[in-house]
Design a protein around this ligand. Sequence first.
Ligand code: ATP
Ligand code: ATP
Ligand code: MG
Ligand code: MG
Ligand code: MG
Ligand code: MG
Length: 259
Amino acid sequence: EEDVGKIKPDYVRSFLFESKLMPCTWIVIRIDGCHFHRFSEVHEFEKPNDKQALNLMNSCAVAVLEEFQDITFSYGVSDEYSFVLKKETLFYQRRASDIVSVIVSFFTSMYVMKWKEFFPYKDLKYPPAFDGRAVCYPSSNIIRDYLAWRQVDCHINNQYNTCFWMLVMSGNSKSEAQSYLKGTQTREKNELLIQKFGIDYNQLPIMFRQGSSVFRVEAEKTVAFENGSPAEKLQNKVIVTHCNIIEHSFWKEHPSILD
Ligand code: ATP
Ligand code: ATP
Ligand code: MG
Ligand code: MG
Ligand code: MG
Ligand code: MG
């Protein structure tokens, strides 16, 4: 007990390094499932795209936007999600480790809580984990380029994976499929899908091709009753869409997201 007085809190605290994200920039927190290649195998996800696994990811992202008001937009594909915080946010005084950790842990616990809703007939066999990182983007053009990059990645991976799994399901080994696709261009992959498998890439589900965008829209005016009398309320609602966010038109239609 006499040792208690010897501890000097200021001295101990002086080792704490709080890394703050640059002011007046859009903060993107990108989370990604850890070893989901394995996780998706153990849980027998449909290949190349398990729709319910994506719906679960989307539902968790909606919960994140409902919980954290400073997130204005998010984009998800596969086992990853990017969350965009408004540029003037003072959430956790912009401390990177606090923001990343609270979003990652909230998302992860949602994923576990909602699992049964999306996979009523599958047990969760082990606890999934996500990692996360924070990056600042200084202009709306650059953040749009960031999001476009993720959506291009979605397209490239989806096209590759669709070809890969069609080759595998039609009797090729994984390494045969891999070497078959090595060096092929977009056009050749589309032709492979049409000619060998009768699949028109552009007819595949839009969620697989475009990924998912989650953001708030102003909902219709609803009449709520406050203290017994009706009051008109403009309620925000978080929605999930699968649209082209590379094109300028999306951002023109939704100017408040990056204002
Ligand atoms: P890391 O820990 O480095 O992120 P990883 O195994 O998670 O490793 P990723 O590059 O993140 O690798 O890829 C995620 C993998 O998870 C995909 O390659 C795919 O196999 C699988 N996956 C994720 N979501 C789905 C889904 N909805 N349907 C089918 N497979 C999926
Ligand atoms: P913050 O989000 O800033 O951390 P907080 O409410 O979590 O806010 P803390 O300073 O972390 O505040 O304190 C945690 C609080 O949680 C305690 O004050 C106590 O009320 C409660 N708590 C945590 N663990 C226990 C426990 N084992 N038994 C009872 N109460 C607990
Ligand atoms: Mg990773
Ligand atoms: Mg991953
Ligand atoms: Mg990933
Ligand atoms: Mg606490």
